[in-house]
Design a binder for this molecule. Structure first.
Ligand code: ADP
Ligand code: MG
Length: 340
């Protein structure tokens, strides 16, 4: 009988909205919202991921749900660590703990946060932890040869942050990170209903509207949708009709801020790399890349070709997985972090 040896090496995209795990030789084994439900008094974690997500907006006073990485920084270290450990536990084969872990972190992360992420993985049993910047992982995930002496621009629009980076020769030449991304867009929709219609809608409803009829450019025929919520004046449930053009208007400011950040980075890019970007264009990754017409809108304003990555929500974890499976080839792209 042949003895088969399973390794438990994993790569993790610890996103502000979603956490994905890649297992060596298997591919994506986990894809869940980065949400934790915990007991307010004891601080015990009750549920993580999908299970915790189902409790959002429906908890009673003893239970709280939070997204520990909401704004791209770790808001609550303890809870973030518990979440990471719970996800790692979920994918590891019980008889063999996780050994090697590649974790993606936002490019603007501080030394303290890097250390917290590293510690969490070590507490979960990892013996070797490697950190990788998100835009780099996204670039590798979309199939770019990041070692080439050629400039590529990646725009990763997640839940809490938009990370924009120019990559060449295995490194990030310049980057911009702003706290305007998918969450901000969802919130803009909530605010629109409050301001224009005196109606309170839930975050999930706003998220649904964003996915279904949200747009950044008039690419499709405008449609009218029915939206239910609570009337702020009368306090009773109500339904109103709005057009997708109204929703587009409400998203305008967030979209504009993302475009301005792209413009800023283009201005700071060395000319030889600008020439490469002129030829190759901009690549969009992350869930925000799915907003209808965003590619078109960015292309019009920057006058550059814009491409949406295949399956933009998994680009980062696929890139991290590739690094994990070819650590030798990619050792130069890993983040150096101080050892304490
Ligand atoms: P993160 O890396 O921060 O976890 P993701 O890349 O997983 O974020 O993207 C999550 C964001 O993408 C959320 O704000 C979500 O609403 C948004 N998103 C997902 N699908 C769509 C869609 N079809 N249209 C617009 N936004 C979307
Ligand atoms: Mg991400």
């Amino acid at each position: 009988m042949k003895f088969s040896f399973f390794s438990n090496d994993i790569a993790i995209d610890l996103g502000t909205a979603n956490t994905l795990v890649w297992m060596k030789g298997k591919g994506i084994v986990l894809n869940e919202p980065s949400i934790v439900a915990y007991d307010r008094t004891t601080k015990n974690v009750i549920a993580v991921g999908h299970e915790a997500n189902a409790m959002v907006g429906k908890t009673h006073k003893e239970i709280r749900t939070i997204r520990p990485l909401k704004d791209g920084v770790i808001a609550d270290f303890e809870i973030a660590e518990e979440m990471l450990r719970a996800f790692i536990r979920k994918v590891s084969q019980s008889w063999q703990p996780v050994r090697r872990v590649v974790i993606c972190v936002p490019s603007g992360i501080t030394e303290v946060e890097k250390r917290a992420v590293r510690d969490s993985a070590e507490h979960a049993g990892a013996k070797e932890v490697y950190l990788l910047a998100e835009p780099m992982a996204a670039a590798i995930g979309v199939g770019l040869d990041v070692h080439e002496p050629v400039g590529n621009m990646i725009v990763d629009i997640g839940g809490g942050t938009t990370e924009i980076a120019v990559i060449a020769l295995s490194g990030i030449v310049s980057d911009e990170s702003i706290r305007v991304a998918g969450d901000e867009m969802t919130d803009a929709i909530v605010q629109y209903f409050k301001r224009k219609h005196n109606m309170l809608i839930g975050e999930r409803t706003a998220e649904f509207i964003k996915h279904e009829v949200g747009s950044a450019y008039p690419v499709e025929e405008d449609v009218i949708i029915e939206v239910k919520g609570r009337d702020l004046l009368e306090g009773i449930p109500r339904m109103i009709e709005v057009s997708s053009a109204d929703i587009r208007e409400s998203l305008q400011q967030s979209v504009q801020l993302i475009i301005e950040a792209i413009m800023n980075l283009l201005e700071r890019t060395p000319p030889e790399l600008s020439a490469d970007i002129f030829d190759r264009g901009i690549i969009l990754t992350g869930g925000g890349a799915l907003l209808k017409g965003l590619d078109e809108r960015i292309a019009r304003e920057t006058r550059l070709p814009v491409h949406i990555a295949d399956d933009p929500l998994t680009a980062v974890v696929r890139g991290s997985g590739k690094v994990l499976e070819n650590l030798q080839d990619y050792s130069s792209v890993l983040l150096k972090s101080k050892r304490y």
